[in-house]
Design a protein around this ligand. Structure first.
Ligand SMILES: NC(=O)c1ccc[n+]([C@@H]2O[C@H](COP(=O)([O-])OP(=O)(O)OC[C@H]3O[C@@H](n4cnc5c(N)ncnc54)[C@H](OP(=O)(O)O)[C@@H]3O)[C@@H](O)[C@H]2O)c1
Length: 234
């Protein structure tokens, strides 16, 4: 079987890194995209060690031109075809609504929501050439329920959920599956420096989210993979 071709945004650390390595273990060609090249280079080395082939593609999902350039490099690497795209890049800001400034609001909207639209539209041609093509949009439990002091984050993730639901309807005729992923709290650097009392020992591991995505990609056609919840361990 030819290797799977995978693009993971926000693949430099945390959940995106774990997803990249999960597919690498199956021998996939994995493109990891984010802004920090040192982190991407580390993940590419880990992908190789896990049995896959990796490419680091620097990408700022807030900038259409940057996304376009990274997808061009991705296409060179994967032969203009993609089987799996994971819209995972994200930011998390915590503040009372009266203290959310315009830059914070825009950052959440542009990274968590608009970035997924940019990436998806740039990869559709490659996805249409893919084997069982599948888009995963990394929402959050905060796309199902509102939490105090996360108005910008929740608004962006509810928006991503709407984007994902509409995209699923639109792409189903082309045989492209679309899943929305709703992780509960997961122990990554996203919590570093965030105000609040976070018990990181009670959180999911990034690998838990990666496993859910791997299983959903491999689920048979009759299995409903539209909404993928990843609650924290009991
Ligand atoms: N951890 C949780 O509890 C949790 C729960 C539910 C959902 N999620 C979602 O899961 C996703 C991954 O989160 P994580 O916990 O793994 O966070 P993380 O460890 O902070 O990783 C976030 C990733 O997104 C990338 N990123 C941020 N801004 C970007 C930009 N403008 N352009 C391109 N890449 C960008 C980061 O790379 P650079 O900074 O180098 O660009 C990094 O690779 C996010 O969408 C998050 O909302 C997380």
């Amino acid at each position: 079987m030819s290797p799977l071709r995978v693009l993971v945004t926000g693949g430099g650390r945390g959940i995106g890194r774990a997803i990249a390595l999960r597919f690498a273990r199956e021998g996939a060609r994995v493109v990891v995209a984010a802004r920090t090249s040192t982190e991407l280079d580390e993940v590419v080395a880990a992908i190789g060690a896990a049995g896959g082939q990796g490419l680091a593609a620097q990408m700022n999902v807030r900038d259409r031109g940057s996304v376009e350039a990274a997808v061009w490099r991705c296409n060179q690497f994967t032969g203009e075809a993609l089987d799996v795209v994971v819209n995972n890049a994200g930011v998390f800001d915590v503040a009372p609504v009266t203290e959310v400034d315009d830059e914070t609001w825009e950052r959440n909207m542009e990274v968590n929501l608009r970035g997924a639209w940019y990436v998806t539209t740039e990869v559709l041609d490659a996805l249409s050439e893919g084997e069982r093509p599948h888009v995963f949009n990394m929402a959050s439990i905060a796309a199902r329920e509102g939490f105090a002091h996360t108005t910008a984050y929740c608004a962006s993730k509810y928006g991503l959920r709407g984007f994902s639901d509409a995209l699923r309807e639109e792409l189903s005729e082309q045989g492209i599956r679309v899943s929305t992923v709703y992780p509960g709290p997961t122990d990554t650097t996203i919590f570093d420096g965030v105000p609040g009392d976070w018990d990181r020992s009670a959180m999911n591991a990034p690998e838990d989210v990666a496993e859910v995505i791997w299983d959903a990609y491999n689920a048979g056609e009759g299995i409903d993979v539209a909404d993928l919840d990843v609650p924290p361990p009991a």
